[in-house]
Design a protein around this ligand. Sequence first.
Ligand code: AMP
Length: 173
Amino acid sequence: MVETVINELIRDVPDFPKPGIVFKDITPILANPEAMSKIYDALAAPYREAGITKVIGIESRGFIFGTPLADRLGVGFVPIRKPGKLPWKKVSVSYALEYGEDTLEPHVDSVGPEDKVVIVDDLLATGGTLAAACELVKGLGTTIVGCSVVIELGFLEGRAKLDGVEIHSLVSY
Ligand code: AMP
C-alpha cells in the first residue's frame, strides 16, 4: 500500500522552519526508487481516463511529482513558479502565508481554454498555495479536473479553501 510506504519513510522534523511547525521531510521518500514508483502510479490512477491535457506543478516540490505524473499520463508539464523566475509573459497572484505573503506565476500561454489539467504539489497544508494556483489556472480559462498532493495535513482544513475542486491525497494526517 502506498500509504504504508509513505508513513514508513516520511521524517517529521519539529520546529522547522520555525517553532511550532512540524515539517514533513520527504527526502527519505525521494531516495527510495520503489516508493517513488508507487507514488507516481497512485498519483496517476484517478486520471487515467480523465482526458487530461497537461499536468501543472507548483515550484518546487510540485515539480518532483508533477513531471513523472505528466509522463505517466502521456501529456506535457507546465511549471507555476515563484516570482521573477519565468522568462516569458506571465500572470501572477499573491496570497497569504502563515506569516507574510508569496506570489506564484505561470506563463500566460502555458494553458488555455482547450486544456483539462491536474495541479500537483507535494503537500496540502492551509490550502493557500493550491488555491492561488487554481485562481491562476481558472483565470486562463482552463478546466481543473483535480488537484493532487502526496501529503495532506487534514487538521489544517486546507480543503475548505478549495471548494468545488476535486482533491486527491495519498496520505492524510
Ligand atoms: P499551504 O499553502 O499552507 O497549503 O502550504 C503548502 C505549501 O507549503 C507546500 O508547497 C508545501 O511544500 C509547504 N508546506 C507547508 N507546510 C508544510 C509542512 N508542515 N511540511 C512540509 N512542507 C510544508
